[in-house]
Write a new protein. Sequence first.
Length: 279
Amino acid sequence: MTSQRNQEFSKKFGIIGTGVMGKSLIQGILHAQLATAKEIWATAKTEATCQKVTQTLGVEAFTDYKKILPNTQWLLLCVKPHQVLGILAHLVKQGLSENTGIISVATGVSLTAMTEALGQNNPVIRAMPNTPCVVGKGMTVICGGESVKSADLATARSIFTSVGHCIELEESHFNAVTALGGSGPAYFYLIMEALADGGVRVGLPRDVALEIVCQTVLGAATMVQQTGRHPAALRDDVTTPAGCTIAALLTMEDGKIRSVLARAVEEATRIAGQLGEKK
């Protein structure tokens, strides 16, 4: 962020939408000390929700933000895809400055569409986080529009690093990123549930089965991250000749688990490209 911006703006961040992701980003920003509570404001549809946000997170929340909007450095749009373009047009009518950076976490809404909705040259950044941001273990991918500078991307990385891991990719990959990273936690929850059910089927108490599954998934992911080895090589370490693991793996392959999971990502990618178009 440039020194000029710091002098011109009295608020660092405004959060449009205080659902799960909006609240998680506020908490991450505060925890990482990217801003103080006094430097953040949020908005919600009702006064009751605004009061709850203020009480739980310590930041000011408004239903009417017209006065504070022009003095805000960054706006984080944490709303549904079909709401984004209308909100951007509304923000401009409310006095949005061209100097204010926009970061949207909405699926399927392109940088071009957002820039056209604004009708002015705000720095616009797309981000695709996932729900593990709630526990500080999120995976976020970002990309910037034509007016975005390296310092702007650095700010976005700081925000999303405060709730997990963040990388930068070209926008052409974003539908795939949504299908793999954004939707990915749901796939693993289903797999974990099924594995826990298997544990119950062979006699384990459900809470014990789920505890074993959770720690095993966490350990396996950590092994891939920290060793840098291919998952297939790590799998081979577990798969002894004539053992129970190979029997289980062959059963999974009989069910075409590999192609089913890959096709699921393919289908989710297709749908992700349509979401921003829905009204």
